[in-house]
Design a protein around this ligand. Structure first.
Ligand code: ATP
Length: 297
């Protein structure tokens, strides 16, 4: 029994960590069927987005949520990401930015209000179809103890070498991989190829390019990459997000300037909203954050 318990317990720990870091969990959910907290409603249909990103508007309608019902984390959050547009969320640590993304993935159900994709309440459709429609480039990408090819192809199981390579080229990681002794067959991890934060993010971008989902979530890394690397990754992210419905959880304001709408959050509430020019004109919290960031840079 103990022999079984240890690996199961270990998987549980990994599961929780990954869930927290918002990684694509389709495979993990299959493995951990019994850990599911959220169930499909009987007879749930798949989310229907016949025209892909053109149909994939996202709405949060008066959403209130707490991980523990006694402690509300998000209070009456309403916003819309029109199909193909980008909405950015900024705010201090712990203000609830990543929680928005976790709810969009339906890792948890909202306590009040609803989340709607393409006109469909995500509680009423199958979770697998919701997750299929979403791609995420997380802060910390979880890599598997497997080959580089496997790690990229994970975005779309069954993808061939040529597709994996094309995605890696687009994510500007092909050169790095090719320079490794076994190229795409090189093992990743402790005893294999060690990747920096920026390289891991590029693997995540390549995965997402392969998956090609209509809705994208970027959870910007808090740990600063060097600025050349950071600018390059931002440019690649913009390529991936082109014409997709995108939610950006931003830690640097330079990422959000072009967003359709910017939500400024504090303690689980939206305290300011508008595009960059509007928020600068308001001369409130966003303008203060902008001034502070300019001065530190
Ligand atoms: P950061 O910028 O540091 O990533 P954030 O704005 O994304 O922060 P969230 O991760 O959404 O913040 O967290 C919002 C609040 O929810 C915090 O008070 C946090 O402690 C709490 N929280 C986050 N995850 C959980 C969890 N799994 N269980 C209980 N509370 C949680």
């Amino acid at each position: 029994m103990i022999q079984l318990y240890i690996p199961l317990n270990f998987l549980g720990v990994i599961y929780r960590e990954i869930k927290q870091s918002l990684t694509d969990l389709e495979k993990m959910f299959t493995l951990m069927e019994r850990e599911r907290e959220i169930a499909d409603v009987p007879g749930a249909q798949a989310l229907s987005l016949p025209h892909g990103a053109k149909d994939a508007s996202v709405q949060f309608e008066d959403v209130t949520f707490g991980y523990d019902p006694a402690r509300t984390i998000l209070h009456h959050i309403s916003f819309e990401i029109p199909a193909g547009k980008t909405v950015a969320v900024v705010g201090p640590s712990g203000s609830g930015k990543s929680t928005l993304a976790r709810l969009l993935f339906r890792f948890y159900d909202v306590q009040h209000g609803r989340i709607v994709i393409g006109g469909q309440d995500i509680k009423q459709v199958t979770q697998s179809s919701v997750r299929q429609a979403l791609g995420i480039v997380p802060q910390d990408t979880v890599l598997f103890n497997d080959t580089v090819e496997y790690n990229i192809a994970y975005g779309r199981p069954g993808a061939g070498r040529a597709e994996v390579e094309a995605a890696a080229r687009a994510a500007h990681i092909h050169g790095f991989i090719s320079a490794a002794p076994k190229g795409y067959d090189t093992m990743v991890g402790e005893r294999g190829l060690k990747l920096s934060g920026g390289e891991k993010q590029r693997v995540a971008i390549a995965r997402t390019l392969l998956k090609n989902p209509p809705i994208m979530i970027f959870d910007e890394a808090t740990s600063a990459l060097d600025s050349a690397n950071e600018r390059a990754i931002q440019a690649e992210l913009q390529n991936v997000a082109h014409n997709k419905t995108t939610l950006v959880i931003a830690h640097r304001l330079s990422t959000v300037v072009d967003a359709h709408e910017i939500l400024v959050m504090d303690a689980g509430r939206i305290i300011e909203r508008g595009n960059h020019a509007q928020l600068m004109a308001t001369n409130g919290r966003y303008a203060a954050m902008w001034a502070m960031q300019q001065s530190t840079e």
